[in-house]
Design a protein around this ligand. Structure first.
Ligand code: GLV
Ligand code: MN
Ligand code: MN
Length: 412
């Protein structure tokens, strides 16, 4: 089969264009799920989907689909490609957007070449992958895969008090189609690695064969506010100090246990949040991840035991709320092998790898054979405006996706 290529200028131009939507006056890019900026990004995507001549569908949780089908293949289960276009706060332009735009690019390339696929091909942009405003993350794909009811998901209250269902209606993306309405024959997600492995090794393509488990918790510590100058250290019930001890403990515990686990305290708020008042309350999130379910469970237990211990030692009350919990996922070996074969055929160095980040693919894997393709991230940086992938790497990844899809979909 001769090797074709996607339209490189269209791919990279659209990534840059979407990356300009949702910048504040300081130039920071933020498109949180259900926000006005999310609407603007979605509107641009839908315009591109329509320009490509695809059918647009929006489901009840706001997932957006561009469907390429015709009368000759509409009875077949589709190949689904996609990712997300919501972002973290002060984001880069590639996370998620690359996978959605490249998916559309693959479809347009096949269309323009006059290919008549044996199955429909669908581009999907899932709602609230990042989970920054509404927990859990990967919410749209989780609902799509039947892991959470639409009603519960729509009632989710965000960090700003907004309700997801109301926000989707407000921005015009509360669709009518039932999530799960298309059961994919296969799902493939192209994404930047967001870590340092591929760049460090000089490898162009990651064939992602599994994804680590994720545990999100919100911890609330209640102590006693008191005067910072007059209260002897031994007489304090300091919620802030107790919270700080948790971060330090997790870091030291993981270093001691030599595990692949990672732990992050990404948000922390104190009350009353004043320079000369001992904090009466600390509220913070804990993100724990490990590719091994038993180890992740063990880490959760170690944290729970430590919280009991510091409750006693610091004289504080501690409560914990679970925000998200997803087990590690193994992807489809057949698709992983097809990714490797396609990379090889293009003379691109590839390696199998584990995803450290969460992705919609881990949810869709519940209902369809699934795998992911990674491309290098400069300096392994992501969730940061410095996120960057060289155009050649972006193009190579999209070409591999094109080849895998063309092989898997078959023609009539
Ligand atoms: C999603 O970006 C995650 O891994 O947190
Ligand atoms: Mn992503
Ligand atoms: Mn992300």
């Amino acid at each position: 089969m001769p090797l074709h290529s996607i339209d490189a200028a269209r791919l990279t131009g659209r990534i840059r264009e979407l990356g300009e939507i949702g910048r504040d006056p300081q130039g920071q890019l933020t498109r949180l799920a259900g926000s006005d900026n999310d609407r603007a990004g979605r509107d641009r995507l839908v315009a591109w989907i329509k320009m490509a001549g695809l059918d647009v569908a929006v489901d009840r949780i706001g997932n957006v689909f561009g469907i390429w089908r015709d009368t000759g293949n509409s009875g077949e289960a589709p190949i689904m490609l996609g990712s997300h276009i919501d972002t973290v706060i002060n984001a880069g332009i590639y996370d998620g957007c690359y996978g959605v735009i490249a998916a559309l690019e693959v479809i347009e390339t096949l269309k323009e070449r006059g290919v008549t696929p044996a199955r429909p091909i669908v581009v999907a942009a899932f709602t609230n992958e990042e989970g920054v405003r509404f927990a859990p993350d990967m919410l749209g794909s989780l609902v799509y895969a039947g892991g959470l009811s639409v009603e519960t998901a729509l009632a989710t209250v965000g960090t700003d008090g907004a309700v997801l269902g109301e926000e989707l209606a407000r921005i015009g993306y509360a669709g009518t189609v039932e999530p799960g309405f298309l059961k994919p024959h296969a799902y493939i997600e192209l994404h930047i690695e967001q870590g340092p492995v591929l760049e460090r090794e000089g490898t162009a393509i990651g064939a992602v064969e599994n994804l680590q488990g994720i545990s999100w918790q919100r911890v609330t510590i209640d102590g006693v506010a008191n005067h910072a100058g007059t209260t002897p250290m031994a007489m304090r019930c300091d919620a802030g100090l107790a919270a700080a001890r948790v971060g330090l403990f997790l870091r030291e515990h993981i270093a001691r246990s030599n595990a692949l686990s990672v732990a992050t305290i990404g948000t922390m708020c104190f009350e009353p949040d004043a320079i000369n008042v001992i904090p009466s309350r600390a509220v913070f999130t804990v993100d724990l991840r490990d590719p091994d379910e038993d180890r992740l469970q063990a880490l959760e237990t170690v944290l729970a035991d430590f919280l009991v211990r510091i409750g006693e030692e610091e004289g504080v009350e501690i409560s914990v709320e679970r925000l998200a919990r997803f087990q590690p996922v193994a992807f489809d070996q057949g698709i992983v092998a097809a990714i490797e074969a396609s990379a090889h055929a293009r003379g691109l160095k590839s390696r199998r790898m584990t995803s450290g980040a969460g992705h919609d693919a881990q949810m869709i894997a519940r209902i369809a054979p699934t795998a992911m393709i990674f491309v290098p991230s400069r300096d392994g940086i992501s969730h940061n405006p410095r996120e960057h992938t060289d155009p050649d790497d972006l193009i190579a990844g999209a070409d591999v996706l094109l080849d895998v899809v063309e092989r898997m979909v078959g023609s009539r």
